[in-house]
Design a binder for this molecule. Structure first.
Ligand code: NAP
Length: 234
């Protein structure tokens, strides 16, 4: 049975990843900023008491990330798959976005993923086939942006392009430990972030994401894929 850790599991894609991996028979460590307010997660825990652990983790705070993984290590818990899912957006463009909002976006979307990756390593090293999935976005693809000339959400786009570099570089650094790292875009999804006009229902996007991950070849690492598993240009 695989054990999955999800950041930002309180709602949206993170919550649905938790649900669907439980349905697949996996156990899930669902992390979020405020477990006491995560009602949907509590329901899942009630229904699957042996298979869900809800742990506090604010990816903006290194101490919070570190203490979460320390508590898992103390219990000698291994992790097979980490989803760096927690993320925030600011839709403002170059002229409008504030420096403080840009900093916050980098702190959550990039630095948070870096800290989680680093502190998760001891738990991942105990897995037979460890993998880290960074939730990226086509908005972070430099190639696609250049072609479409779309502006807006500049801080978010930059943070996801930087996250893609984290994927590429950590895939190289962690190859010696057989830990794979990929970026995956979920597509445009009807969550609080994606809004109601988005293309996918959350359930459908997450099913596609999981199926494409299951179909990935065991030597694939350092790649950027979409919800269907197709390669996305960096
Ligand atoms: N929706 C889309 O169309 C779309 C497209 C491309 C990529 N993505 C990516 O997919 C991921 C999930 O997005 P979503 O659509 O599910 O967004 P969402 O519905 O807005 O949910 C975001 C999640 O991130 C959590 N979070 C925010 N800051 C955090 C922090 N400091 N520490 C821990 N958790 C934190 C939130 O927790 P709280 O409940 O505590 O706020 C929430 O659980 C993001 O990385 C996003 O960039 C989404």
């Amino acid at each position: 049975m695989k054990r999955i850790l999800v950041t930002g599991a309180s709602r949206g894609i993170g919550l649905e990843l938790t649900k669907q991996y439980l349905e697949l028979g996996c156990s899930v460590i669902a992390t979020c900023r405020s477990p006491q307010k995560a009602n949907a997660l509590m329901v899942l825990k009630k229904e699957n008491p042996q298979k869900v652990d809800i742990l506090s983790m604010d990816v903006e705070e290194e101490q919070s990330v570190e203490s979460c993984f320390n508590s898992l290590l103390q219990k000698k818990i291994h992790i097979d798959l980490v989803y760096n899912n927690a993320g925030i957006i600011d839709w403002n463009n170059l002229n409008e976005v504030s420096a403080s909002s840009t900093e916050k976006i980098y702190k959550v979307n990039l630095i948070g993923a870096l800290l989680v990756t680093r502190h998760a390593l001891p738990c991942l090293k105990n897995s037979a086939d460890p993998i880290i999935v960074n939730l990226s976005s086509r908005l972070g693809s430099i190639k696609i942006r250049g072609e479409t000339q779309l502006g807006g959400a500049i801080a978010y786009q930059c943070s996801k392009a930087a996250l893609n570099m984290l994927t590429k570089q950590s895939a190289i650094d962690l190859q010696k430990h057989n830990i794979r790292v990929i970026s995956q875009s979920p597509g445009w999804v009807k969550t609080e972030m994606g809004g109601k006009d988005a293309k996918y229902e959350i359930k459908d996007a997450v099913t596609k994401m999981i199926q494409s991950l299951l179909k990935m070849k065991s030597n694939q690492t350092g790649i950027f894929i979409g919800e269907d598993g197709d390669l996305i240009p960096w």
